[in-house]
Design a protein around this ligand. Structure first.
Ligand code: CMP
Length: 364
């Protein structure tokens, strides 16, 4: 019940500020349309002012509810605090700096920072950029060299036929950038045969460079996500005493094979009679094994689903998550691989599996 309420609260606290920002920014954008009549323009201006006031109040409330002076300083130096301050000051600054009221409204654009100030995706992008900075800087250097070379050659080939566009290397730079980025506005076009050959070369160079850049960024993204996944799984794994007792080397070996899975209360994780494809370790929460005569409740640190893998039999019982739980899943193929590499790990599981099987036989 509490978790539903907190989820609803989290959803509301995401929805309300974003709706406010969107309404304010939309009113600013609509206000720039030339056809807007005076009455509608007045309404849009009132909306922008109301949103600006709400943002200023929100900032002051955040400052006010900070528990101490240190808390206030922490809020102000956080990315959220800085964005909130910038949003609160955007419109007053606009009115100070911009000559007319229409231009002052454009400062509401600063409010869009709120969309990204809470986003973890932003830190992810930042880390990816930092991680691939050397490769990206090399590409940027290459881009510069090819642009300058293209502009210089275009100047040589085209200056006589089109002095207006290619009369200097500086003028030819516009053509080189538009061609290298494969934008192709078509406002400047080479007319000599050498100029056209050069254009083809610059276009192909541009495609290769952008493909390289995309590849570098995609690889860095994948590596960063993998690193995060590894760290999260590592934290979960060492929170389970069963793994902690195996030692760091074994944990490092096993952690790569485990997948974290969040399950809701009531989820049937394992169904009696089905073939076994994985076993599960409970990090947090609770699971109930439906065995006769009395169901067995398993808590954090326990595991289940091992019997089908060990004895090559169908699932001996149905196991249901009776609380929202975090599980670590070990695939059957990885389980058998581990049995060869880490016999101590599988022996521990086998001892428990045999015990459970005997208990079921006795009870049956
Ligand atoms: P498996 O047979 O693969 O799927 C059902 C799981 O329930 C089983 O593995 C065990 O992990 C677990 N289980 C079965 N019987 C018991 C028991 N008596 N006590 C605890 N767990 C059990």
């Amino acid at each position: 019940m509490n978790s539903i309420r907190s989820r609803r609260w989290r959803w509301l606290s995401w929805l309300l500020p974003n709706t406010l920002t969107t309404v304010g920014v939309l009113a600013m954008v609509l206000g720039t349309s030339p056809g807007v009549d005076a009455q509608f323009d007045g309404i849009l201006l009132a909306i922008v002012i109301a949103v600006a006031a709400a943002l200023a109040i929100e900032f002051l409330v955040c400052l006010w509810i900070a528990p101490s002076r240190r808390g206030r300083r922490a809020y102000l130096s956080s990315s959220k605090g800085m964005v909130d301050l910038a949003c609160a000051l955007a419109l007053p600054l606009g009115w100070l700096l911009a000559p007319d009221v229409h231009d002052a409204r454009l400062f509401a654009l600063v409010w869009t920072l709120r969309y990204i100030s809470h986003s973890t995706g932003l830190t992810l992008i930042w880390r990816v950029m930092i991680r691939s900075r050397v490769a990206l800087l090399s590409i940027a250097g290459l881009f510069l060299v090819v642009t300058l070379t293209g502009a210089t050659l275009a100047h040589v080939f085209e200056r006589e036929t089109q002095p207006q566009m290619f009369g200097s290397v500086g003028r030819a730079l516009w053509w080189a950038i538009v061609t290298l980025t494969t934008t192709g506005y078509g406002d400047v076009v080479p007319t000599t045969i050498w100029g056209r050959l050069l254009a083809g070369w610059v276009m192909v160079g541009g495609i290769v460079m952008f493909a390289l850049q995309a590849g570098i960024i995609a690889t860095a993204f994948a590596e960063e996500l993998q690193r995060r996944h590894f760290l999260r799984t590592w934290e979960l794994v060492i929170s389970v005493p069963f793994f902690r007792d195996l030692g760091a080397a074994a944990v490092a070996d096993i952690v790569r094979l485990l997948q974290a899975r969040d399950v809701n209360a009531g989820t049937v994780v394992v169904r009696e009679g089905e073939p076994g494809d994985a076993m599960y370790f409970i990090v947090s929460g609770e699971a109930t094994v439906r065995v006769a005569p009395k169901p067995v409740v398993l808590g954090p640190g326990s595991f289940f689903g091992e019997m089908a893998l060990l004895f090559n039999t169908p699932r001996s019982a149905t196991v249901v998550a009776t609380q929202p739980s975090v599980l670590l899943v070990l695939d059957i193929a990885d389980f058998h691989q581990l049995a060869g590499r880490r016999p101590e790990f599988v022996n521990l599981i086998e001892t428990e599996g045999r015990l459970r099987r005997d208990q079921n036989v006795t009870a049956g």
